[in-house]
Design a binder for this molecule. Structure first.
Ligand SMILES: [Zn+2]
Length: 75
């Protein structure tokens, strides 16, 4: 399986909803674990990349066109 290409600011729709009822998350951190922020309640979670790939139903269009490579957070 091809690894997903993720960048800060990418939006993901997961297969299962957050307890707040929202399916859509924003990538806020890259590294060994991927940081996701719930678009509805703002809660942040850290998940291993493999877990993010397994839970993602689809990639969504980015909310805004921003970010350059300067936004990359490398651990
Ligand atoms: Zn939430």
């Amino acid at each position: 399986m091809t690894p997903m290409h993720l960048e800060i600011g990418d939006r993901l729709r997961l297969r299962k909803p957050h307890p707040c009822g929202n399916y859509d998350w924003v990538v806020v951190r890259l590294g060994a674990d991927i940081g996701l922020s719930c678009e509805k309640c703002g809660r942040r979670v850290l998940l291993p990349r493999s877990e993010v790939e397994r839970r993602t139903k689809q990639m969504l269009p980015r909310a805004t066109k921003t970010e350059t490579d300067a936004e990359f957070e490398m651990d």
